[in-house]
Design a protein around this ligand. Structure first.
Ligand SMILES: [Cu+2]
Length: 104
């Protein structure tokens, strides 16, 4: 009984710490390119993909079945990564725009 209780406390604290530790990252899209080829984040982190261009973009991550739709200049799309893996990010409008999100 005591052991079970201790386990529960640890689980709750562990979960809270994971949430507190989650970081927010920002990736910029400018000049019809992502500002980096790769970004490494931790599980639970979020990334905001900013459209700092004068043209529209369309964030897509096929591995996650994500399509952010048309993204207007000046706007951002926030994505939280809840699973480990390497995810290829592309723009549905500009075929040359590619980068990878590595979730450790
Ligand atoms: Cu684009």
């Amino acid at each position: 009984m005591v052991r079970l209780f201790a386990f529960c406390i640890c689980s709750v604290l562990g979960g809270s710490l994971a949430v507190l530790a989650a970081e927010h990252h920002t990736v910029s899209q400018k000049g019809k390119a992502f500002d980096r080829d790769e970004i490494v984040v931790a599980v639970g982190d979020s990334i905001e993909f900013m459209n700092d261009d004068r043209v529209k973009h369309n964030i897509q991550i096929r591995d996650l079945g994500y399509n952010g739709g048309i993204q207007q200049p000046g706007s951002g799309s926030v994505l939280t990564f809840d699973e480990h893996g390497r995810f290829k990010v592309r723009c549905g409008i500009h075929a040359k725009m590619k980068m990878t999100v590595v979730v450790e």
